[in-house]
Design a protein around this ligand. Structure first.
Ligand code: ATP
Ligand code: MG
Length: 332
């Protein structure tokens, strides 16, 4: 079975529709055919300094949501990143393989640091993609199911794996990105040229999985649609409508062409109402199951401990090889 590795940051109280369609849904499907490693990226989350209590809460909410969305603790290894110390250790070793220019090209850093100003943005935000490479390589992952925003980071991961392998000898599997075109970039409802994002979307632009039906419907009805009244996919002139069409298409398994036919001559109103119902129906069961799982924190923590044990066994093995290749003296 090919091995899959992917993660999500506990940077909000809920995942959003982009996380769900672009990543989480693939993880759930891949359980059937792949060996899954999924983690809550709390080491990544501290690049933006959450309050400790908030981070703890969001880490549990994230885990509960993933189980609620269908990640099965029997078939997948779901764990918290900071529980596996080897991620940080490998990150340092990979930092030492990375060129300044190479790291400086990462566009996510440019986006995320923009609000701080170049020189006051954190170094952690800068080295983030290298920690991400460590996350992936330490499990010898074959595939990394992600949204399009992570494409460049996976490229860097591949480069670092190849460089390490040629410098120190075959050690890492070179992973491939797994990105589904239709859902690779779910757009912000208020700004259809930007991706929906936990940390930068406005409340009106984001659809949270744990949100109540009322506000979900309202936001979709108020989503920016484009001039004209035709429900047709047109990335260039109608990015807002195209985003909604994609959402409805993947959630209902209906082609965009069939949806265009269904709404021909009907204007945006009916279409948006239907999109809203489809989203509400997809989220409601996940919200209910998440609440149940959160009610038993001890059981949730126990499941995460099981995941950490399984992940740790593999991470430890990889790190032993890495230390030896690099030339570190074994600790007797
Ligand atoms: P943050 O703003 O804190 O970076 P995020 O919304 O980008 O949060 P992440 O936790 O960074 O979410 O990413 C988790 C997964 O969701 C990644 O695989 C990422 O590519 C995917 N993803 C995030 N946003 C979208 C989106 N709008 N469309 C499709 N996939 C997305
Ligand atoms: Mg992100």
């Amino acid at each position: 079975r090919p091995r899959v590795l992917s993660g999500i940051q506990p940077t909000a109280d809920s995942f959003h529709l982009g996380n769900f369609l672009g990543a989480v849904r693939q993880w759930v499907e891949m359980q059937e055919t792949h060996e899954n490693f999924i983690f809550i990226a709390d080491l990544h989350a501290i690049t933006v300094h959450p309050a400790p209590a908030e981070l703890r809460r969001r880490t549990r909410v994230s885990a509960a949501q993933l189980f609620a969305a269908g990640i099965d603790p029997e078939r997948s290894t779901l764990f918290v990143q900071s529980h596996i110390r080897e991620h940080s250790e490998l990150a340092w070793i990979l930092i030492c393989q990375t060129g300044m220019g190479e790291a400086a090209r990462m566009t996510q850093f440019k986006d995320k640091s923009a609000k701080y100003g170049e020189s006051s943005a954190g170094v952690g935000l800068f080295t983030y993609p290298i920690l991400q490479a460590a996350d992936i390589l330490i499990y010898q992952a074959d595939q990394v199911p992600v949204g399009a925003d992570q494409k460049q980071h996976i490229e860097l991961t591949r480069d670092l794996a190849q460089r390490f392998n040629s410098r120190y000898g075959e050690t890492f599997t070179v992973p491939a990105p797994y990105i589904l075109k239709e859902v690779e970039r779910i757009a912000d409802l208020q700004d259809p040229l930007a991706k929906m994002s936990k940390s930068s979307s406005s409340p009106q632009g984001i659809l949270d999985v744990l949100e109540e039906p009322g506000p979900l419907r309202k936001k979709i009805m108020r989503a920016v649609t484009d001039t004209g009244s035709e429900v047709v996919a047109d990335e260039e002139n109608k990015p807002g409508v195209t985003n909604l069409l994609r959402i409805q298409s993947v959630l209902t398994g209906t082609s965009i062409a069939d949806l265009e036919k269904r709404y021909a001559g009907q204007g945006y109103g009916t279409f948006k109402k239907d999109v809203a119902e489809v989203v509400v129906d997809a989220f409601a069961p996940i919200r209910e199951r998440t609440e149940k799982l959160l009610a038993d924190e001890a059981e949730l923590d126990r499941l995460l401990a099981v995941g950490a044990r399984r992940a740790s066994a593999i991470a430890r093995q990889t790190m032993e090889a890495v230390r030896e290749r690099v030339g570190f003296l074994p600790q007797l």
